[in-house]
Design a protein around this ligand. Structure first.
Ligand code: GLA
Length: 390
């Protein structure tokens, strides 16, 4: 992660007239394959990236909490025991107080503290700045209270904070889980129904992860995201009615079963369910291909995933499609697809390491020629999950 800890500590001393004594960092993420699968209880394959959020803190000299961020001018303060209910202003502060609420609800007492937050994850880029800030906050609380919150719990508590009334975001568990539990040099194949996971090696000598921003901020995504979730729930209900089974998740049905059972199903629901069930199969095939160094096969699966997200799940956009098309035509690229919730945000490409710098520049140039805007690109190793930094 590249937030400069020395500079952040200096800034903390300037703002609060004392040294920071606790600190924590948590990374953003990129999902290699298994998109819109986490809230359907299936397998996803994310990796943590070299961009993250760092939070440092010191004890308050009064009964007042004070939280500030380098990314936003306005901070937030409250007197111990007098935190208002419901969303607070500025909006970003709800991440901190939302995580704080979860600790209080679980019986922990956080003493009044002063806090400074910095991040180098571009906000609304689809690289999980939300999960990173939440997981970093819990890791900070671990340092302050001298406790250990197991990684999977940290992910669940982060998700609980997002779902609660201050934030009201119905996210799945993938982003928080990888930010809390990532292992350097690996992606995690995570079962979002059971939270079992398996590290999948990503040897940087064999494959590079290239992230390309679509130039479109992922802002209008919440209502469409929630709508997709409802469509999946509806699709599952119909398949269960028809089969007489009581599957908890859409991924409980195989593609063959789905083909027979979906006869006569509403076209939109059918497309949504087909994406989920076929994507699940692609995660399995991708992992198998990668375990045998069959990177071309893995790359083809990325392309199939993109097409399914574009045509069946309908969460891509012109810019992401353009990136996918440009990247797929370049020498040294195994595959490319949109990643994350969609409607903007980023694409991910797996590329031969000796070609990756050239590929990044070509995508930037060709995209600019075609779309009139230049995207930024990021080459990232698979990094470790959250950790204390002070
Ligand atoms: C967002 C959500 C995740 C996941 C992805 C789509 O990033 O936060 O939980 O659902 O979209 O795969």
């Amino acid at each position: 992660m590249s937030v400069d800890l020395g500079q952040l500590r200096q800034e903390f001393s300037k703002r609060f007239d004392k040294q920071a004594v606790w600190g924590a960092s948590a990374p953003g993420r990129v999902n290699l394959i298994g998109e819109h699968i986490d809230y359907n209880g299936g397998w996803v394959l994310p990796a943590a990236i070299n961009r993250g959020t760092t939070i440092i803190a010191g004890p308050s000299r009064s009964e007042r909490f004070s939280i500030q961020s380098l990314s936003f001018e306005q901070g937030f303060e409250w007197e111990d025991g007098e935190l208002p209910e419901g969303p607070v202003e500025p909006a970003w502060a709800n991440y901190f107080v939302g995580a704080y609420d979860q600790m209080v609800q679980r019986g922990y007492k956080i003493p009044p503290i002063e806090v400074l937050i910095a991040t180098d994850i571009p906000i609304a880029s689809g690289l999980s700045s939300s999960a990173a800030i939440l997981v970093a906050i819990y890791t900070l609380f671990e340092a302050i209270l001298r406790i250990q919150i197991p990684g999977p719990e940290k992910a669940l508590w982060s998700q609980a904070a997002e779902h609660a009334e201050r934030l009201r975001i119905r996210s799945g568990i993938m982003d928080q889980f990888i930010s809390a539990n990532a292992i350097s040099g690996h992606a995690l194949k995570l079962n979002c129904g059971t939270l079992d996971f398996k590290p999948v090696p990503l040897d940087p000598e064999k494959v590079s992860i290239l992230i390309i921003h679509s130039t479109v901020a992922r802002e209008l995504v919440i209502s469409a995201y929630n709508q997709r979730r409802l469509e999946c729930e509806e699709g599952l209900k119909l398949l269960n009615e028809k089969s007489g089974r009581e599957e908890e998740w859409l991924v409980g049905y195989s593609l063959e079963e789905f083909e027979t059972l979906s006869d006569g199903m509403d076209e939109t629901l059918k497309k949504r369910a087909r994406h989920v069930i076929s994507e699940q199969a692609r995660v399995e095939r991708f992992e198998e291909a990668f375990s045998k160094d069959l990177f071309d096969e893995g790359g083809r699966l990325l392309a199939e995933s993109h097409i399914s997200l574009r045509d069946d799940y309908e969460v891509s956009c012109q810019e992401l499609d353009a990136i996918q098309e440009i990247a797929s035509g370049l020498e040294g690229v195994y595959g490319c697809r949109m990643t994350g919730a969609g409607f903007g945000g980023c694409a991910v490409s797996l590329v031969q390491p000796d070609a990756v710098n050239g590929v990044a520049t070509r995508i930037e140039e060709d995209f600019e020629k075609r779309m009139g805007k230049r995207p930024w690109t990021l080459i990232s190793p698979a990094t470790e999950g959250a950790r204390k930094v002070l």
